[in-house]
Write a protein that binds this ligand. Structure first.
Ligand SMILES: *Cc1c(COP(=O)(O)O)cnc(C)c1O
Length: 356
């Protein structure tokens, strides 16, 4: 039986994307060769890279002047590449601490310079997005995390700054309409909303690079990758190909605006049930709730065994909460059908029927 996959990452991908990817593993473009055994410099794969890049630009509505890269090392390597490329020698950067991923970004950046944490929600296990903090003007950049995968919080109002704005969008890229030109650098590991683990999408405003005075190792220098069209070394051909298929699927649905509407509808039925059902309570503050990761707890831990039985029997997978939060986390990324969300809502209602 095909499961309802609520995993936080790697996450659900569209069924048709999985099918086409499986076919390309056996025979890519009718070449009689597998996608993963042809040269990345051959025309067929170069076309894949170009198409993937142009789909990203189209879906994010990016004007000229931005480069789109597909790198390796995950979002975690971007925690280091960002300061390497943007933090001036002796410079300073501001970070917003909204969770474990933000904290890891801060830790890496501190290896290279003076990092000021200008706001944090650590005092309440990161269940909210800090607001009304002062943004210093003497920084090279401001770094934020748009969606906090573990806690189920999402930034609705981004920091206002005249410095560069950098954002880790790993878990909500392509899920909602934003003015992406407000950001100077965006990065996102593929495995939350775009493809398999193994490639990281990086979107950079070209004019911001080459200004730090640092010597940057070639593999960590965005300019090396831009010059080589993301083929400075062998790219992650399979993750890039699957990402291309997912982006085509998104475009076919009507692009990010259409997907956002679907995501809102999915989140609405689940949050409504959490708020209605006396056996559940939401973890994140209401105004900061994420459209992608819905975190909730039981109001009475004694109901755990009964609920776990119910969702298991319904074919649901991957809703166990992160160990730092406990409870449950239903990740409802772009490819999650609303029918699967309804299956979860039904299981929650069934718990209420059983216990009351
Ligand atoms: C998963 C995640 C990361 C880490 O991504 P890797 O690709 O595993 O390095 C970073 N930031 C956020 C917001 C994430 O959800």
């Amino acid at each position: 039986m095909k499961k309802h996959n609520f995993s936080a990452g790697p996450c659900i991908l569209p069924q048709e994307v999985l099918k086409k990817s499986a076919e390309a593993i056996i025979d890519f473009n009718g070449l009689g060769l597998s996608l993963i055994e042809v040269s990345h410099r051959g025309k067929d794969f170069v076309d894949v890279m170009e198409k993937t890049r142009s789909l990203v630009k189209e879906l994010l509505n990016l004007p000229e002047g931005y480069s789109v890269l597909f790198l390796q090392g995950g979002a975690s390597l971007e925690f280091l590449m960002t300061p390497y490329n943007l933090l001036k020698e002796g410079g300073k950067a501001a970070y917003i601490d909204t969770g474990v991923w933000a904290a890891k970004a801060i830790k890496e950046a501190k290896l290279l310079g003076d990092i000021e944490v200008i706001a944090s929600s650590k005092d309440k296990v990161y269940n909210y997005i800090p607001k009304n903090y002062a943004v210093p003007t003497d920084v090279d950049y401001v770094h934020c995390t748009s969606n906090n995968t573990i806690y189920g919080t999402q930034i609705k109002e981004f920091p206002k700054t005249d410095s560069l704005l950098v954002c880790d969008m790993s878990s909500d890229i392509f899920s909602r309409v934003l003015d992406f030109t407000k950001f100077d650098l965006i990065y996102a590991g593929a495995q939350k909303n775009m493809g398999p683990a193994g490639t990281t999408l990086v979107v950079i405003k070209d004019e911001i690079l080459g200004k730090t005075g640092r010597t940057i190792p070639a593999m960590l220098d965005y300019q090396s990758h831009i010059k080589a069209d993301s083929m400075f070394n062998t790219p992650a051909v399979f993750p890039v190909y699957v990402s291309m298929l997912t982006l085509e699927w998104m475009k076919g649905l009507g692009g990010v605006a259409a997907i956002e509407k679907m995501n809102e509808a999915k989140a609405a039925i689940l949050y409504a049930e959490i708020d209605r059902n006396p056996y559940f309570k939401g973890f994140a503050e209401k105004e900061d709730r994420s459209l992608m990761n819905v975190t909730f707890n039981l109001t009475n831990e004694d109901a755990k065994e009964a609920f776990d039985k119910l969702w298991n029997a319904a074919g649901i997978s991957g809703i166990k909460g992160h160990r730092s939060v406990g409870g449950y986390r239903a990740s409802i990324y772009n490819a999650m059908p609303i029918e699967s969300v309804q299956v979860l809502v039904d299981a929650m209602q069934e718990l209420e029927n059983q216990l009351s």
